[in-house]
Design a protein around this ligand. Structure first.
Ligand code: ATR
Length: 276
């Protein structure tokens, strides 16, 4: 039997628990396969896609900073990937086409938006920090939920303005003005890579954040980013991206293997252990 190969492309990748997740499921469902970290440069994306085309690789996940950069190499993008122009999962279809999917939106809907529904009204103001691929998924998941007031702020203003062209209902806030605008926000979502294990962190303090605000970090490793720790100390309700990560992985696995894998207790235990 030939061993199947899967992996995740991105840079940096040392924080990623995708191999833990998928290798656990391969073992559980007796699939002869391996999932590895493929830390690559932008110039190497084409080579990786070629490997999928010739079945040397059976599928990949895509993470920061390549969720949009991967698209020109694909033959087809589907559903939520088409709506967001952000791809986090790639597969080969029965016609031999390399297909881009977005399972982040599904992950966000099940891992975060469901929680928001019980905590928060659709009229509340939501601020998204960051304008990369995952921000597009966040906006789309919130838009599907019916959220009316979405603002976005990004270090590079142009990328936030480009997002506004696709989603005109989004308000853009200058990165330099974040501290003075934070007090009007009910939900703040970190969709930047700030706070990622071994990476840079926020310079902002968010001193004037509303006591009733909810802070959601797409990052899951570390389990508590420096910002989450700071806000928790001030009594702010916080969530990390662990559930979103697991749900997006579940959907990717099901695209590649046609099995919806179970989120069992053993898997949760293994993941928590890795994060501590
Ligand atoms: P992807 O498309 O895969 O999500 P990305 O476009 O690199 O990846 O997205 C990373 C996000 O984190 C961007 O919003 C990026 O801001 P820029 O558009 O200005 O690059 C943000 N980010 C990364 N490092 C940052 C830093 N040191 N300060 C502020 N924002 C940062």
């Amino acid at each position: 039997m030939i061993k199947k190969s899967f992996g995740i492309i991105g840079k940096p990748l040392s924080h990623s628990l995708s191999p833990t997740l998928h290798n656990y499921w391969f073992k559980k469902y007796k699939i002869f396969a391996d999932y590895s970290l493929l830390e690559i440069e932008l110039s190497e994306i084409g080579e990786i896609i070629k490997k999928i085309r010739c079945s040397e690789l059976q599928g990949i996940n895509v993470t920061v900073p390549y969720k949009q950069a991967v698209i020109p190499f694909l033959d087809l993008i589907l559903d939520d990937a088409k709506e967001t122009l952000s791809v986090n999962t790639v597969s080969l279809n029965e016609k031999g086409q390399v297909v881009g999917h977005n399972t982040d939106v599904y992950g966000l809907e099940y891992g975060f938006v469901n929680k928001l529904n019980s905590l928060n009204s659709e009229q509340d103001k939501i601020l998204i920090l960051g304008a990369g691929g995952v921000s597009l998924s966040v906006i789309y998941a919130l838009f599907k939920r019916g959220t009316k007031k979405i603002s976005i702020s990004n270090r590079t203003l142009k990328k936030a303005e480009d997002i506004r062209k696709k989603f005109p209902f989004v308000e853009v806030i200058n990165w330099e003005n974040l501290e003075t605008n934070i007090n009007s926000m009910d939900v703040i979502i970190n969709a930047t890579s700030l706070g990622l294990k071994n990476g840079d962190d926020f310079k902002q303090e968010f001193k004037d954040i509303k006591p009733s605000a909810i802070y959601y970090d797409i990052i899951y490793n570390p389990e508590n980013t420096a910002m989450i720790k700071k806000l928790k100390e001030r009594g702010i309700k916080t969530f990390n991206g662990l559930e979103m990560f697991i749900y997006q992985g579940q959907e990717s696995f099901s695209i590649w293997n046609k099995i919806i894998p179970e989120l069992d207790e053993e898997l949760k235990k293994i993941i928590f252990k890795k994060l501590r």
